[in-house]
Design a protein around this ligand. Structure first.
Ligand code: ADP
Ligand code: ADP
Ligand code: ZN
Length: 214
């Protein structure tokens, strides 16, 4: 099962992707997580990516596409995967299609988690991310057991620099300009499924399971 998660920043793609990965036993591949791991480890890719991420801009396609194409050819992707945060531009989607075609494969579902802009700033300013394991929380909708501490690993939770309202506005306009066209792209490919992302997390997940099958 090969799945793409589409949706605005903060729509709940990561939250749902983790639950899907667990239920269907496929790897969760988040380009944002990959870039943040590179920043943390001080790699050259991390240094390059950070300059864009801090400004709420997309990391250039040249730095992004090969990374994902390599990743989906690894052994753990044999039975499928969930791409979260990729593709984010039409050229990325085309690069993915070319790679899949060469492998004789195709995307099964592009799940669009639909949330209006008016809810996004609230989602993002309340998001807290674990500095160690990548778990995410929300101070109101999905609070950790102890404030500021990750339930999963006990490390510190932070408000991501790019989740501050100034940067969120920029990321939203980048989303509308560069990423939203992918909705039509995958609709035309016949794999688009839209779910209402404003519902409770469990209800959004139930809608997705309904699409993917038990
Ligand atoms: P969110 O889940 O809130 O949408 P991500 O963790 O997916 O955020 O991404 C954080 C940042 O990483 C993006 O704002 C962008 O700068 C960069 N990024 C992640 N994925 C991509 C991608 N496919 N193409 C370009 N930039 C990306
Ligand atoms: P994305 O990966 O699309 O950027 P996340 O999954 O990180 O989004 O979710 C953004 C924030 O909103 C997080 O703090 C998360 O806990 C919270 N969140 C996710 N889904 C919901 C939901 N259905 N209702 C309320 N808050 C949610
Ligand atoms: Zn953690």
């Amino acid at each position: 099962m090969k799945i793409i998660m589409l949706g605005a920043p903060g729509a709940g793609k990561g939250t749902q992707a983790k639950k899907i990965a667990e239920k269907y036993s496929v790897p969760h591949i988040s380009t944002g997580d990959i870039f943040r791991a590179n920043i943390k480890n001080g790699t050259e890719l991390g240094t390059k990516a950070k300059a864009y991420m801090d400004q709420g801009l997309l990391v250039p396609d040249e730095l992004t596409c090969d990374l994902v194409v390599d990743r989906i050819q690894q052994k753990d992707c044999e039975n499928g995967y969930i791409l979260d945060g990729f593709p984010r531009t039409i050229p990325q989607a085309e690069a993915l299609d070319r790679a899949l075609k060469a492998m004789g494969e195709k995307i099964d579902y592009a799940i669009n988690v639909d949330v209006p802009d008016s809810s996004i700033v609230n989602r993002m300013s309340g998001r807290r991310a674990c500095t160690s394991c990548g778990a995410t929380y929300h101070i109101v909708y999905n609070a950790p057991r102890a404030e500021g501490v990750c339930d999963a690993c006990g490390e510190k939770l932070i408000l991501r620099e790019d989740d501050k309202p100034e940067t969120v506005q920029k990321r939203l306009s980048v989303y509308h300009e560069q990423t939203q066209p992918l909705i039509d792209y995958y609709e035309a490919a016949g794999v688009l499924k839209t779910v209402d992302g404003t519902a409770d997390m469990e209800d959004v997940f139930a809608a997705i399971v309904h699409i993917l099958g038990e």
